[in-house]
Design a protein around this ligand. Sequence first.
Ligand SMILES: [Zn+2]
Length: 191
Amino acid sequence: MRITDDRYTRDRLRLDLALRLIRHEARTCTIRSWTGLTDDRIRKLYKSYVEHAGHDAVRRHRGKAPRQAAYFLRNMELRLQSATLATLMCSLGLFQPDAGAEPGAFLQLRWGERFCEAYETYLGEFAEPRLGFEHACYLHRALERQAELAIDECLGCGALVVVSAFAARPDTCVFCGEGRLLPPSREALHR
Ligand SMILES: [Zn+2]
């Protein structure tokens, strides 16, 4: 690939990813660190997106980023949704070490695309998704650090579950504990 093509492709990827993040109401600092675009460029993109799509398409202030990991374990529904999202993140390789590449680098852009894919699949799985995009970012960071939250496997059904980093391994999870819920289907993971 020639250098000019390479730059063109990367620029295209950056803009596509930035627009995808704007649609998901990601914060500017998230968009900046994933795409390497300047704040000014992001503002302009945002402005043209709103002008094009209309104000109704971008609902602001939905789901502030959580300040506590406990949010993800607060009740059955949130446990279920967190486990589903974490499973999607695992299956799309979002915890692999190449994610630490510099902002705007090819690897980082591809990683960002896979993150959006995981989040969009999660949105499609629930009638009322309770985790906003910044919740998803928080969940990913927390699971990566394993300081507050960790991924474990249910002893009952083998589904991946999100647990407190200090909790004992669960005997039953939200999937088999209720007896009616199913972990995300294979089709959902490979859609
Ligand atoms: Zn289970």
